[in-house]
Design a protein around this ligand. Structure first.
Ligand code: TMP
Length: 234
């Protein structure tokens, strides 16, 4: 499948047209940003690792009945995806307190939550992806009620599947962010699922094996991404 025009370039990925109007190519970059791109850097090999990890996780989810935009891996950095209209909501699910929730509510990182917490953030960098609730999402016309029900149900399903998968790899799935898109009347899981978009901690040592190593200058960033790929391949 040949790359056509580039139609989008984000912080971590580029998206290209193909000769099929329903399909796009998503290319994963080594670029990393944090704090609304005020911190920038590169993580060597991240693009190919995140492409591979996302492929494995999308295939896992598809095998459990969660429909995604993933079609196939093309090569190291590129995956073929279904063209979707991205819904401008970032869905975050948290199993353990960290990052934004720790800051917002003044709770130490590491508290295991009694039940998973689902958050919606309005996808808008200029506003720093503000936390909103489902009333905002509906009232602002970002999403229809039926779609909101679908993404809520799917997000908890994804959490159950991924939490158990990572548990077998001796990793805690602390939290993660999902994006969904519309494709031919269906709502598909889109974007990527990788250590850029999940927090993963080693179960024995609680070592962070995700983008927090870059955000917080903890070192061993590349090694952490490689370690996640090694564990989930094994
Ligand atoms: P947060 O604690 O900073 O809100 O992040 C929650 C999860 O979402 C975490 O796993 C990292 C992921 N995330 C993204 O994928 N993109 C983002 O822009 C942010 C802020 C977080």
């Amino acid at each position: 499948m040949e790359k056509g025009n580039k139609i989008y370039e984000g912080k971590a990925k580029k998206v290209y047209e193909t000769d099929n109007p329903d399909l796009l190519i998503q290319e994963f970059k080594d670029d990393a940003t944090a704090f609304d791109a005020t911190k920038r850097g590169t993580i060597k090999g991240k693009g190919s690792i995140n492409n591979y990890i996302s492929k494995i996780l999308f295939e896992l989810l598809e095998s459990k009945g969660v429909e995604t935009h993933f079609v196939k891996q093309i090569d190291e950095r590129n995956m073929l995806i279904k063209k979707v209209e991205i819904i401008p909501l970032e869905v975050t699910i948290r199993n353990i307190v960290a990052g934004g929730m720790s800051k917002l509510l003044g709770i130490d990182e590491g508290m295991v939550l009694n039940e998973p917490v689902l958050e919606y953030h309005y996808k808008n960098d200029a506003l720093h992806d503000p936390l909103i609730n489902e009333y905002h999402a509906r009232a602002l016309g970002l999403i229809k009620d039926e779609e909101l029900n679908i993404i809520e149900k799917k997000s908890f399903e994804v959490n159950n599947i991924l939490k158990s998968f990572f548990d077998h790899k001796n990793l805690y799935l602390v939290d993660f962010k999902l994006e969904f898109g519309r494709h031919k009347g269906k709502v598909l899981l889109a974007d990527e699922i990788s250590p850029d978009t999940c927090r993963l901690w080693d179960k024995d040592t609680r070592k962070k094996l995700d983008k927090d190593r870059f955000r917080r200058d903890l070192g061993d960033v590349e090694d952490a991404y490689e370690e996640v790929l090694r564990r989930i391949k094994g």
